[in-house]
Design a protein around this ligand. Structure first.
Ligand code: MUC
Ligand code: MG
Length: 366
């Protein structure tokens, strides 16, 4: 069970269609594959997606922090000593996706060691989740066409619409066009990635009031402390804290401060161990949870489904599990498949995935 080595391997896989949103754009998945090796010959895997516009991490920075600080701190631990790993890694501030990937690779190695799936080990509530697809910035007709394709090809009927552009009219036109095209046969919610001020958010939400939205996510920044509290207090839909609520302390501050009424859990930034803390806290606070997507590849998505399906609260809403569909390729031997709008937990031990060595050789950049 002892960890003998931790590798951080950068790779790059282009997107067929870049995802654009208020805080940035992703055209290539420049992620880092983390491999945790144990003395028994087990290899646990996970991926870290650098999101400089959200957490300040870069691909080179993730490789450097893992190789120089984190690998030596976890080498020699048993894969069950995740709390020790968390405490040691926690001495370094920031670097959420690098820390999360090490945690998830340790869980993967643990599951493979004992021959059980991580989703079972975490709670085993269900074996599948409904899928929500994220629609990035484009013209209204193109965003409607993408939703149509997702419905026809994958049976997906929940859409998170990226908003936060100026003037707000284009985003409002998109949401209205989606509701007109699909009626109440689809669920819709919006994510502003901090693009608007509180006042702009309020005006936009008033103009969207008749469109039966499920949620509004991170429309304005949490730093707009009083403005955001005022906005959230006036909305009649839950307001999801995403990038503003990563740690338990962030979540507590946002919810008890009246600046959020739901949270997004992303395994890419809190791993399984930190996501459990966020989940239990959300239960204690009595707020809804949506499983979010950090623009993950298939490996990251397999982690999200493993965690989301493990608990009742994270299984209630459709989970964001489809960003990988826009990648030109991926690293897994067996691709994930969304059918009838659902994604199933991978069978098998650990996270239930294998890395294809030929694909890794093709896409690794060092
Ligand atoms: C999301 O939910 O915001 C875009 C930026 C980021 O940090 O995550 C994605 C999706
Ligand atoms: Mg978001």
């Amino acid at each position: 069970m002892k960890i003998t080595a931790v590798e951080a391997i950068p790779f790059a896989i282009p997107y067929a269609k870049p995802l654009k949103f208020a805080s940035g754009e992703v055209a290539t998945a420049e992620h880092v594959l983390i491999r945790v090796h144990t003395e028994d010959g087990i290899v646990g895997v996970a991926e870290a997606p650098p999101r400089p516009f959200t957490y300040g991490e870069t691909q080179a920075g993730i490789v450097a922090v893992v190789e120089s600080l984190f690998a030596p701190q976890v080498t020699g631990l048993r894969v069950t000593e995740r709390e020790v790993a968390r405490a040691r890694l926690g001495r370094t501030v920031g670097n959420p996706t690098a820390k999360a990937a090490i945690d998830m690779a340790m869980w993967d190695a643990f599951g493979k060691t004992v021959g059980l799936g991580v989703s079972e080990l975490l709670g085993g509530y269900t074996d599948r989740l409904r899928v929500s697809h994220m629609l990035g910035f484009d013209e209204p007709a193109a965003m409607v066409a993408e939703a149509e394709r997702m419905i026809a090809t994958h049976g997906i009927r929940t859409f998170k619409v990226k908003v936060g552009r100026r003037p707000v009219d284009l985003d409002i036109a998109v949401v209205r066009a989606l509701r007109e095209a699909f009626g109440d046969g689809v669920e819709l919610y919006v994510d502003g990635n901090r693009g608007w001020t509180p006042a702009e958010s309020m005006r936009a939400m008033r103009r969207l009031a008749d469109l039966d939205l499920l949620f509004a996510e991170e429309l304005c920044a949490a730093d707009e402390v009083l403005g955001r509290r005022w906005l959230v207090g006036h909305l009649d839909v839950p307001f999801i804290a995403d990038e503003s609520a990563v740690t338990p302390a962030d979540i507590t501050r946002e919810v008890l401060g009246g600046s959020a009424t739901a949270i997004s859990i992303k395994t890419a930034r809190t791993g399984f161990t930190g996501s459990q803390r966020a989940h239990h806290l959300a239960e204690g606070l009595g707020v809804e949870v949506v499983m979010g997507n950090q623009i993950d590849g298939q490996l990251g998505t397999a982690c999200t489904i493993a965690f989301g399906a493990a608990h009742q609260r994270t299984s209630h809403r459709a989970a964001e599990l489809s960003n990988f569909l826009d990648m030109t390729d991926d690293l897994l031997t067996e691709p994930l498949l969304i059918t009838d709008g659902e994604l199933r937990v991978r069978p098998g031990a650990g996270i239930g995935v294998e890395i294809d060595p030929d694909k890794l050789a093709r896409y690794r950049t060092s």
